[in-house]
Design a protein around this ligand. Structure first.
Ligand code: ADP
Ligand code: MG
Ligand code: ZN
Length: 206
């Protein structure tokens, strides 16, 4: 199987004529800290699939309403229509594997653990499932279903932001506004990309 830049699963781009029975599904994970370009990369892959005349659907968890209820929006303003869902089961109920070639999921870290089985079932049914999400929470701990998704995925791409303190590649998201819990979604102003050296676990600075 040929792999393109950023681990994109290029061989699937030529499968427009194949029926779902012939199609080969897979799971791709795009992970990294905040501002690392996960959403940009997800939208880039979705756009290339559409250019190949493949049917795509993009989902996002309903908890994430930072910018727009029915769009996925990157920090640079790049956007695409998305279906907000309240959980993995709702996502599953909205995808007919025989009709959809590519399923994109942004902010996948916010889904319940059953998103792992749903991604697996869709991939087994011939769908290319592209999951983008934070691999670490604000404490630097693995985020929700991400470790499992990364384990079962065919392809994992780990992106880096630029450390807001020193300019090195950043793998962590430093919360700079006081708040408890993984679910706090405060948008760009509440977080800063930091490298391992500049990241201060459990401490909120501003
Ligand atoms: P993610 O989905 O990983 O949070 P996005 O794809 O939404 O990231 O946004 C990536 C964009 O964020 C970059 O293209 C850049 O314009 C912007 N950006 C802002 N701060 C940073 C930073 N510290 N490092 C890298 N990109 C940043
Ligand atoms: Mg994003
Ligand atoms: Zn740094």
């Amino acid at each position: 199987m040929s792999m393109g830049q950023h681990g994109e699963h290029l061989s699937l781009l030529g499968m427009r004529a194949a029926s779902s029975a012939d199609r080969r599904g897979c799971i791709e994970v795009v992970c990294g800290s905040m501002f690392s370009g996960k959403t940009e990369e997800l939208l880039r892959r979705m756009k290339r699939a559409r250019l190949a005349k493949l049917r795509t659907v993009l989902f996002k968890p309903r908890v994430d309403n930072r910018y727009d209820e029915v769009k996925v929006v990157s920090h640079e303003g790049l956007n695409a229509d998305a279906i907000p869902v309240s959980g993995a089961e709702e996502l599953r109920s909205l995808v007919r594997a025989e009709e959809v070639a590519v399923v994109g999921i942004d902010e996948v870290q916010f889904f319940d653990p059953s998103i792992v089985d749903v991604a697996e079932a869709l991939a087994n049914a011939g769908v290319r499932v592209i999951c983008a999400g934070l691999d670490q929470d604000y404490r630097g701990a693995p985020f929700g279903p991400m470790p499992s998704l990364m384990s079962i995925a065919e392809y994992v791409t780990k992106l880096h932001a630029v450390c807001a303190q020193c300019g090195a590649p950043a793998c962590r998201s430093q919360r700079v506004v006081a708040s408890e819990g993984q679910l706090f979604v405060g948008g760009a102003a509440a977080y800063e990309a930091r490298c391992r050296k500049c990241f201060v676990p459990g401490v909120v600075e501003s």
